[in-house]
Write a protein that binds this ligand. Structure first.
Ligand SMILES: Cc1cc2nc3c(=O)[nH]c(=O)nc-3n(C[C@H](O)[C@H](O)[C@H](O)COP(=O)(O)OP(=O)(O)OC[C@H]3O[C@@H](n4cnc5c(N)ncnc54)[C@H](O)[C@@H]3O)c2cc1C
Ligand SMILES: *[C@@H]1O[C@H](CO)[C@@H](O)[C@H](O)[C@H]1NC(C)=O
Ligand SMILES: *[C@@H]1O[C@H](CO)[C@@H](O)[C@H](O)[C@H]1NC(C)=O
Ligand SMILES: *[C@@H]1O[C@H](CO)[C@@H](O)[C@H](O)[C@H]1NC(C)=O
Ligand SMILES: *[C@@H]1O[C@H](CO)[C@@H](O)[C@H](O)[C@H]1NC(C)=O
Length: 462
């Protein structure tokens, strides 16, 4: 009893000194996640559809995978998440709305050093000529557009069983050989880092949009658009917050959001829009039913880590990880997960050259193990003399982020068994709607287009 009293006293004292806030709000749509698709949905719902919204965002910023390291001396942005936006109507309109000027992507062209990061040795690799690559990409584009009708904007009519086009279920290797697309593979792999050894054609379809033009903001800081969105949305975003309790019903949704520093917001919403990976929804908090649990846990995929690193031994150029099997124009040979894709030279910061490091890891790998892969790759390069000798423990991680599971995959059997329509059938149940990468692909602009299609349907009866 005495102990309990002390505990109560202590809690009371904490409450007295902590500056936390408790409030309740009524809104039309509560959005979980303010990343690529959540921030976009929030802006469109409030500004174009005239709805009241609230965004619950775990981090202290909007933008999700769009991330930059800012040079502390010059302020220059070095993007290590999203690198460019596909040029489609949804993306040009979103940038125009915020008056963010755009330019063609500026991917610093530097020479590339090819090496096998498993042993550090250089590999005598020649990438396809740009003529070969362009021609192969043209053939990929032709194939890609065959499936637009099935996949866009939400793949809600995606078939099952034998109605799925056979070619879409081939492995990427089989598909690339069948349509003479091998020379397009290095471009796809370098751009989106999808695991081409594990991917079916449908996975590559979702990962790589064969765009003719993309763009970046003229500032070179891909986060600019999300900073502008954050200014506009103001207090309609609850930062550093997560939902800790939820009750979902056909009549609407009640949520309790709690911030890191203890602020609680009781939310009464007509609709819930989940933009985060649904496999990360806590089953207890959201009272997920068996079908929701089964669908959300049905995918496999790799976990992606990216960061900005520097080390005195790294030359001011790209260092790419290629396997020896890739020699002699074998464009379908890639490293096996887990691996570091390369040290992608991003230019010179105030402290010297910096590199984007992308680690493709098993879904359960933790950040420390992912960093170890970056260090051991560099150590191998130094030990074999591919780059000057040194100590990889001096690798400076200026930034390093967990991007979660990307390029979620379903097996051929799951697809034939109708998993895509089971997923889509969850839209709207108990006032809950979904957007985000799980539901389409890993392309920010394409997801905006997908979100554009979901919003009016979600709003139909409110
Ligand atoms: C390294 C990398 C590079 C990429 N490069 C490009 C590119 O060049 N061009 C391109 O078009 N696409 C690119 N993509 C893909 C693109 O970023 C994604 O398709 C897009 O960001 C997906 O948007 P999303 O809303 O699904 O997820 P995210 O952008 O990841 O947003 C999810 C948001 O939810 C928040 N969140 C997570 N959990 C919770 C929780 N429990 N509660 C509250 N909030 C939560 C996160 O903090 C985040 O803000 C890249 C992705 C990565 C990882
Ligand atoms: C919590 O509320 C306090 C008081 O209003 C505020 O200063 C603080 O920024 C809030 N925290 C978050 C994460 O919003
Ligand atoms: C955007 O979605 C529409 C359907 O809403 C679709 O017809 C169109 O092809 C999509 N655009 C792109 C570039 O994917
Ligand atoms: C985007 O595409 C349109 C044509 O569809 C073109 O006019 C515009 O210049 C492109 N923008 C960039 C930055 O490439
Ligand atoms: C970066 O610095 C190196 C020397 O460390 C120099 O050779 C190189 O030209 C610089 N690159 C850029 C893009 O400024």
């Amino acid at each position: 009893m005495a102990l309990l009293k002390i505990l109560f006293f202590a809690l009371g004292a904490a409450a007295g000194t902590t500056n936390y806030r408790k409030c309740a709000i009524d809104t039309d749509v509560a959005i979980i996640g303010g990343g690529g698709s959540g921030a976009y949905a929030a802006v469109r719902l409030r500004e174009d559809f005239g709805k009241k919204i609230v965004v619950v965002e775990k981090e202290n910023r909007l933008g999700g995978h769009t991330q930059a390291w800012y040079d502390p001396v010059t302020g220059e942005a070095f993007d290590y998440g999203v690198e460019a936006f596909t040029n489609i109507t949804a993306s040009t309109e979103f940038f125009a709305r915020f008056n963010v000027a755009v330019r063609a992507p500026d991917f610093s062209q530097s020479q590339t050093l090819y090496a096998d990061f498993e042993n550090g040795k250089t590999v005598n690799y020649t990438p396809p000529s740009s003529e070969e690559a362009t021609a192969a990409m043209g053939r990929y584009r032709e194939q890609w557009h065959k499936y637009g009708g099935l996949m866009l904007p939400t793949s809600s009519g995606f078939p099952a069983g034998d109605d799925i086009p056979e070619d879409l279920l081939l492995t990427w290797d089989e598909f690339a050989r069948k349509f003479d697309l091998e020379a397009a593979s290095p471009m796809i792999w370098n751009t989106v880092g999808v695991d081409l050894k594990a991917a079916l054609m449908i996975d590559v379809w979702k990962a790589y949009y064969p765009t003719l033009t993309g763009f970046q903001p003229a500032s070179g800081d891909n986060s600019e658009i999300f900073q502008k969105a954050a200014q506009l949305l103001g207090n309609d975003v609850l930062y550093e917050s997560e939902v800790v309790w939820a009750k979902r019903s056909n009549g609407g949704v009640r949520l309790r959001a709690k911030s890191k520093d203890g602020n609680t917001t009781e939310i009464n919403a007509k609709r819930l829009l989940v933009s985060i990976g649904p496999e990360t929804l806590k089953p207890g908090v959201f009272d997920l039913d068996d079908e929701e649990l089964a669908v959300f846990s049905s995918t496999t995929g790799s976990r992606y880590y990216t960061g900005i690193v520097s080390h005195p031994s790294l030359p001011a150029q790209q260092v790419a990880n290629v396997v020896p099997e890739a020699m002699a124009a074998n464009y379908l040979a890639y490293p096996t997960v887990p691996f570091l894709a390369g040290f992608k030279y991003k230019g010179n910061s105030s402290t010297g050259p910096v590199y984007r490091s992308l680690v493709v890891a098993p879904s359960d790998m933790n950040p420390e193990d992912a960093k170890s892969i970056v260090r051991s790759s560099l150590q191998n390069l130094m030990d074999t003399g591919t780059v000057p000798a040194g100590d990889a423990n001096q690798l400076d991680f200026k930034a390093f982020a967990d991007h979660g599971i990307m390029y979620r995959r379903w097996s051929v059997d799951q697809l034939r068994g109708g998993i895509a329509s089971r997923a889509n059938a969850l839209q709207g149940l108990r006032s809950t709607w979904y957007t985000g990468a799980y539901w389409m692909n890993n392309n920010a602009a394409m997801l905006w287009n997908t979100t554009d299609a979901i919003l009016p349907t979600m709003l139909e009866t409110i």
